[in-house]
Ligand binder design. Structure first.
Ligand code: IMP
Length: 433
């Protein structure tokens, strides 16, 4: 039996929540390994919608262990609200079903203040962050001044680190960002309260995962955001601050790469993006509006409308290579119903040449014109289809064409938001190589 990583193959919002939720049936443990509450996974179970930002999607299944790995940055206020909300609706009743890494870093009030103030000052050049303090929290981690859960648990260490950080951040906030200073005592007291409520969940999750894997338990690693938002491999600087690719699983959990057997990339049958940054297949006219309306393309975290465009095979092929994707889950195919022709980007044109690979240069990405191949569309609604052979012939052709261009097998097609609205072709948990 395999351990499986689920990774976004585009700019996030690919529908990972639903796919993770589906495969949770086959897993014992569900682990988040990067990002924070910039993520938002919308899950629809029995017609009821739940949005999770930090707690792994496995929380909506009884008997599963949910782990927040060391690579995640945690806003304790948001986490506590999420736990309370889940408990109220009858989930996560057993505290032992959630574990948080003692090495995970905390998002502090100054991280949020800095994130938001910087975006305001950037004006036109803004990244369009979620304003949740994610970037500044990762900056402090790398600068070796971050506060981890283990530091929060040790009162003396916590006080010392917090005092030093607040002194430094207040100078930065006031002098550079023209913001108000923050008060040590207020933050100290608030976070001491969080410590009391969260300490029951905090342990060495790397060790826990090692024990469980040795005992034969199956692990699902739940990615947040997407490959093109990866800080190393995405459209830098219009990216998030963590490694969203499969390689991030090991560093973000303490589980060695040999324990990751399958990597499932999630991609929409078209493309969306929130925030700023290059997007070669973006549609600015009525077709983009149709995708936004039919796909209900509004961010789960910020509610911002998503930019919409055609499927970009150059971008997804990049994701396939970087994450070593072994199978693709294609989501929201139903949204394409009704288009007479469905274009798909197979290469970029910039600097007067055709390029099949994703460029590192932001200038090249910004000027890239998509080279489109047109496929015939279909009219029949897909939402009731459960078998691949029942998809209209042109929808089947569209999926097969994507497989061919990406040289990657499509293992699942999603035709609606509900768990049941799925065409399953292969279960990665049963496909250990
Ligand atoms: P940050 O992660 O809040 O720093 O935002 C950096 C960029 O990543 C912005 O363009 C955000 O819109 C984008 N981003 C962050 N999280 C998500 C997500 O879960 N889905 C889609 N885009 C995201």
């Amino acid at each position: 039996m395999a351990n499986v990583a689920i990774i976004g193959a585009q700019w996030g919002d690919e529908g990972k929540g639903k796919i993770v939720d589906l495969f949770t049936h086959d897993a014992d443990i569900i682990v988040r390994f990067q990002g924070g509450n910039n993520a938002g996974h919308t899950l629809v179970v029995d017609g009821k919608k739940t949005v999770l930002h930090l707690v792994p999607s496995g929380a909506l299944h009884p008997g599963k262990l949910c782990v927040i790995g060391n690579g995640v940055v945690v806003d304790p206020e948001v986490l506590l609200k999420e736990i309370a909300g889940l408990k109220q609706t009858g989930w996560l009743l057993d505290d032992a079903s959630l574990r948080i890494s003692e090495e995970a870093h905390l998002i502090m009030p100054y991280h949020k203040a800095i994130d938001q103030a910087r975006e305001r000052l950037r004006g036109e050049g803004m990244i369009g962050t979620t304003g949740r303090g994610i970037g500044p929290a990762y900056e402090d981690k790398v600068a070796r001044i971050g506060i981890r859960f283990i530091d929060l648990l040790e009162e003396e260490t916590f006080q010392e680190k917090l005092r030093r950080n607040i002194e430094e951040k207040n100078i930065y906030l006031k002098a550079i960002l023209k913001e108000k200073a923050l008060d040590f005592n207020k933050i100290h007291d608030r976070y001491s309260g969080y410590r009391e409520k969260l300490k029951t969940y905090v342990i060495d999750t790397g060790l826990l995962l090692d024990r469980e894997i040795r005992a034969g338990k199956r692990v699902l690693f739940e990615g947040a955001q997407g490959t093109l938002l990866d800080v190393d491999h995405g459209t830098y600087p219009f990216v998030t601050s963590s490694n969203t690719v499969a390689g991030g699983v090991s560093s973000g959990t303490g589980v060695g790469p040999r324990h990751i057997h399958q990597v499932i990339g999630i991609s929409k049958a078209y493309t969306t993006r929130v925030g700023s940054g290059p997007f070669p297949t973006e549609l600015h006219g009525s077709e983009g509006e149709i995708l936004k309306r039919e796909g209900i393309e509004f961010g789960a975290t910020t509610g911002r409308p998503r930019r919409c465009g055609w499927f970009d095979a150059v971008a997804v092929r990049h994701a396939v290579r970087i994450s070593g994707i072994t199978g693709l889950a294609l989501t929201k195919l139903d949204v394409l119903t009704g288009f007479k022709k469905i274009p798909m980007c197979v290469a970029y044109r910039y600097d007067g040449k055709v390029h099949e690979e994703f460029p590192a240069s932001i200038r090249a990405m910004q000027s890239a014109q998509p080279i489109l191949e047109e496929m015939d569309g279909w009219d029949t609604p897909l939402t009731a289809v459960r078998r691949f052979s029942d998809l209209p012939a042109n929808a089947q052709k569209y999926v097969r064409r994507i497989e061919k261009i990406l040289e990657t097998e499509v293992i699942l097609v999603s035709v609606g938001p509900d768990r049941e609205q799925t065409v399953m072709l292969k279960n990665p948990f049963e496909a250990r190589q």
